[in-house]
Design a protein around this ligand. Structure first.
Ligand code: NDP
Length: 222
């Protein structure tokens, strides 16, 4: 796979980034385009995402691809949620009929995660900052996906014995160490499976991005 990196300066103008995206849209050597978010404040994120050719949108953030994910007929998997699905698959535990609780409702993790789990016939609950009795809701879950962005947010008393716990969070502590949204130390004692941070969902996200890029190349050959 050919990989090209454009490390632009922080003061890049919006129109220059749009122009670069449009140039890559037309470049036959390029099948996938990923714009690393967040963008500097002078650039409208939505405008940039909308500028990417949906056929090259390997992050699956373009509204056309988001819509396809919603109806369950999609070319590209949203990378992080797809990585989570692969991790669950590896446990051998069937998702169908399970109570899945996702903490977080962002467009890049929480919402598409819920869709992928729903497509696999889970009973899905999405929690967020206004959820009441969060602990009680999470405790019902056979599968918990934490995508909150708060260090050690999920503790052992919130998790049902034997639950599968997937930690999407990546938080940098004051001592510069990375940690997830789940208190690994305590939750690993009650969970049947748990992912570490770093080394869990993060590498899977990258693997899914590679898979989407391969899919993108195959789609252009069709
Ligand atoms: P966002 O900040 O966009 O979303 C966080 C979500 O958590 C929001 O829906 C928010 O609710 C909810 N939340 C915040 N506080 C609480 C609370 N006290 N109780 C319940 N819900 C709460 O984050 P992202 O989804 O972008 O990312 C989440 C985490 O995952 C981050 O740590 C990020 O770094 C990591 N990440 C990791 C990736 C990987 O490859 N491993 C990829 C992408 C993200 P509300 O909507 O009400 O504000």
């Amino acid at each position: 796979m050919l990989s090209r990196e454009y490390a632009l300066s922080e003061d890049t103008k919006e129109e220059d980034l749009v122009a670069l995206v449009e140039k890559l849209n037309k470049d036959d050597e390029i099948h996938g385009i990923l714009v690393q978010l967040p963008l500097p404040k002078q650039i409208d994120e939505e405008k940039i995402i909308n500028a990417i050719d949906p056929k090259k949108d390997v992050d699956a953030f373009h509204p056309a691809n988001v819509g396809k994910i919603m109806i369950g007929n999609f070319d590209y998997l949203p990378c992080t949620p797809a990585g989570v699905m692969e991790l669950i698959k590896e446990t051998g535990i069937e998702i169908e009929g399970k109570e899945c609780v996702i903490i977080g409702r962002s467009n890049i993790v929480g919402k598409p995660q819920a869709m992928l789990m729903l497509h696999k016939n889970a009973t899905v609950t999405i929690c967020h900052s206004r959820t009441k009795d969060l602990k009680e809701v999470v405790k019902r879950a056979d599968i918990v996906v934490a995508a909150v962005g708060r260090p050690n947010f999920v503790t052992a008393d919130m998790v049902k014995e034997g639950a599968v716990v997937i930690d999407v969070g990546i938080n940098r502590l004051e001592n510069k160490k990375l940690c997830g949204d789940v208190d690994f130390e305590s939750v690993s004692k009650v969970a049947s499976y748990i992912t570490p941070v770093p080394g869990g969902v993060g590498p899977m996200t990258i693997a899914m991005l590679m898979q989407n890029t391969l899919t993108a190349a195959k789609l252009t050959l069709k």
